[in-house]
Design a protein around this ligand. Structure first.
Ligand code: DC
Length: 222
């Protein structure tokens, strides 16, 4: 692989498998764009909840999607109409609702379009649920991360407590389990390993080891 070649790295998997931390480090090392597609679905959910919009198709949802300007700042935080709502989009209110809003076909179509537009102009590493199956089925590199759910809940709980969120292990475990159930069972772009994705079990390995495994497959950029 050469630095000038355009390529896409897709990392899919359930919540809390270490996808985004891994993807961020790899993006930096390879000098490519990192796209946190979960943040995009979280942003739509936050905006809809703020407006009191139910998770339903219709003119109100269409208008919201039309008006919503999603961009990223230098730290890769998503900006909703120019403003970061990082704390809110990562909190339990959004986590408990995102799987319902993100299943709406209009929401998926709008986010998939944005993701493809960003990936078309620069080499990208994207993490999500449907990147290797739907958004970029021809991605050069595809990975699917799996992790024991108890380990994922521990990791997520630690992150949330560090951010000052009042939450228990049981709540986090229930949220991860329910989100994975909804994300895997929806009709439109479900969480699913692409047939040609490489599976990485991250239960017993560190972030650095996850990064190295992916870099070994991708090869060194000249
Ligand atoms: O990666 P995350 O946990 O921040 O993602 C939040 C939710 O967004 C997740 O429960 C499912 C949804 N999502 C999706 O449906 N498709 C993606 N490509 C990324 C996330």
């Amino acid at each position: 692989m050469t630095a000038s070649k355009h390529f896409i790295i897709a990392i899919d998997g359930g919540s809390g498998t270490g996808k985004s931390t891994t993807a961020k480090i790899i993006a930096k090392q390879l000098g490519i764009t990192y796209l946190d597609t979960g943040a995009m679905y979280r942003a739509v959910t936050f905006a809809a909840l703020e407006k009191g919009l139910p998770a339903e198709e219709g003119p109100a949802m269409d208008a919201l999607l039309q008006e919503l300007k999603l961009t990223f700042d230098a730290e890769n935080h998503i900006l909703i109409n120019g403003v970061s709502h990082e704390q809110e989009i990562r909190g339990m209110r959004v986590s408990n609702n995102v799987s319902i809003y993100c299943a709406l076909p209009s929401v998926r179509a709008a986010m998939t379009k944005m993701q493809r537009e960003i990936g078309a102009v620069s080499s990208c590493i994207l993490d999500g649920r449907d990147i290797g199956t739907v958004v970029f089925p021809n991605a050069e590199y595809k990975f699917f991360m799996v992790t024991d759910v108890a380990v994922r809940a521990e990791r997520r709980l630690k992150e949330l407590l560090e951010k000052g969120e009042q939450v228990t292990y049981e709540e986090v475990l229930a949220n991860l389990t329910e989100r994975d159930r909804l994300d895997s069972s929806r009709a439109n772009a479900p969480l699913k390993k692409a047939d040609d994705a490489i599976e990485i079990d991250t239960t017993h390995i560190s972030i650095q080891q996850q990064v190295q495994k992916i870099l070994d497959y991708v090869g060194v950029v000249a």
